[in-house]
Design a protein around this ligand. Structure first.
Ligand code: PLP
Ligand code: COI
Length: 364
């Protein structure tokens, strides 16, 4: 790793920020990923020079040469995390150190230079501080932070780029699903897989999401909110959703979730839920769950609840499950009590309403 350890950010405030009145109108109904704050962070990288020119500047289009490597070979990674307003008016991020670590892991998988963790954290603090007026009011909203990096070298040969651009943008958000915390329906795609052993499933790289768009479109065509992927080898076991991990709740209260074998994203929400459940004395099993086990368990009552979890989705119950073999409903298709309880515990810690024995909440 070269450069970047104690970078001093140059702050160039946006000379024409959104007016208070317009911002307040936007914040009243932010949706997800539609509106953005006044600033962005940029840091450049070049082989032999390391990370340089860290800046906070007006959010604006980035000039890009048509031969920029990312446009051709998709060498790109990103992260997603949220900042919340605390009861005393302060602002905190949830587990940003875990995102820093995963960003470094993703960089390694995609043959990209690692941004030092402290620089990653500092870049988040910088954008939150300058755009602190963009946190939505009320109990539902948060500021979604999107750090990302891409290959910016102008070169068409296939090899790791020698230049990169790291950016952070921020988007005030409400719930990811427009129905709020209502159960979502999922489509088990018979045609597509997300990641094979040895592939990039555990990395948060744009290519994984591009490859999933046809499967997500198939889910929508079949009247479902999200796609569920089966494992690429046996086409039998549940991997994850298009943008979330999956957790099952058994009739004895045990949580079961697919293991981290390299084909799914190691979700920070997933990890937090496992720790919260274990604190409650709940048993947690990280093991493969087949579609057949889900179907028969939902029918027999052995599987009482299922939910999707991720930064954007928080904890969202799964109601109906559709596949090429037909449809079934988890329990009564509503929101189970364990799902509700875990969601409340998680959200209360994130928003500073409950104590934080794990040290997850990082005040800015
Ligand atoms: N799986 C995928 C494919 C995702 O895109 C996400 C969201 O980031 C997750 C799982 C959940 O990860 P996290 O809880 O860290 O947001
Ligand atoms: C996130 O939860 O941060 C994601 O990246 C998932 C995406 C569906 C928005």
């Amino acid at each position: 790793m070269s450069g970047g350890d104690n970078l001093e950010f140059e702050i160039r405030p946006n000379p024409a920020p959104v007016s208070d009145a317009e911002r307040n109108t936007l914040l009243a109904n932010p949706g997800f990923g539609r509106i953005f704050t006044d600033h962005m962070v940029t840091i450049r990288y070049a082989d032999g020079k390391g990370w340089y020119e860290p800046r906070v500047e007006a959010r604006a289009p980035i000039p890009m040469d048509p031969a920029s490597a990312v446009l051709h070979y998709a060498q790109e990674i990103f992260e997603g995390l949220k900042a919340y307003t605390l009861p005393d008016g302060g602002i905190a991020m949830f587990r940003p150190d875990a995102n820093a670590n995963r960003f470094a892991q993703s960089a390694q998988r995609m043959a990209m230079p690692q941004l030092p963790g402290e620089t990653f954290l500092q870049s988040l603090r910088e954008i939150i501080t300058i755009d602190r007026d963009w946190l939505p009011p009320g109990d539902e909203g948060s500021l979604y932070l999107r750090p990302f990096a891409y290959a910016s070298e102008v070169f068409l040969g296939v090899r790791p780029s020698m230049e990169y651009l790291y950016l952070v943008i921020a988007s005030p958000v409400g719930p990811y699903f427009s129905g709020g915390v209502k159960p979502v329906s999922v489509w088990v795609t018979p045609d597509y897989t997300r990641a094979a052993p040895g592939g990039t499933g555990a990395a948060k790289c744009g290519g994984n999401y591009a490859a999933g768009l046809s499967a997500q479109a198939e889910a929508i065509e079949n009247g479902c909110d999200q796609v569920v992927y089966l494992d690429a080898v046996e086409r039998k076991y549940i991997d994850e959703l298009g943008g979330m991990n999956v957790v099952f709740v058994l009739d004895d209260g045990t949580l079961v979730t697919p293991p981290l074998t390299g084909t799914i994203l190691p979700g920070i929400t997933r990890d937090s839920i496992i720790k919260l459940a274990e604190r409650d004395g709940r048993k947690v099993e990280e093991r493969p769950v087949s579609l057949e086990e889900w179907r028969s368990g939902a029918t027999s009552g052995r599987i009482r609840e299922a939910f999707a979890c991720g930064t954007a989705a928080v904890i969202t119950p799964i109601g109906a499950v559709k596949s090429a073999d037909g449809e079934f409903v988890v329990a009564d298709g509503g929101t189970g009590s364990v799902t509700t309880s875990l969601r409340k515990q998680l959200v209360d810690i994130q928003r500073g309403r409950a104590s934080d024995p794990f040290g997850w909440v990082h005040r800015v």
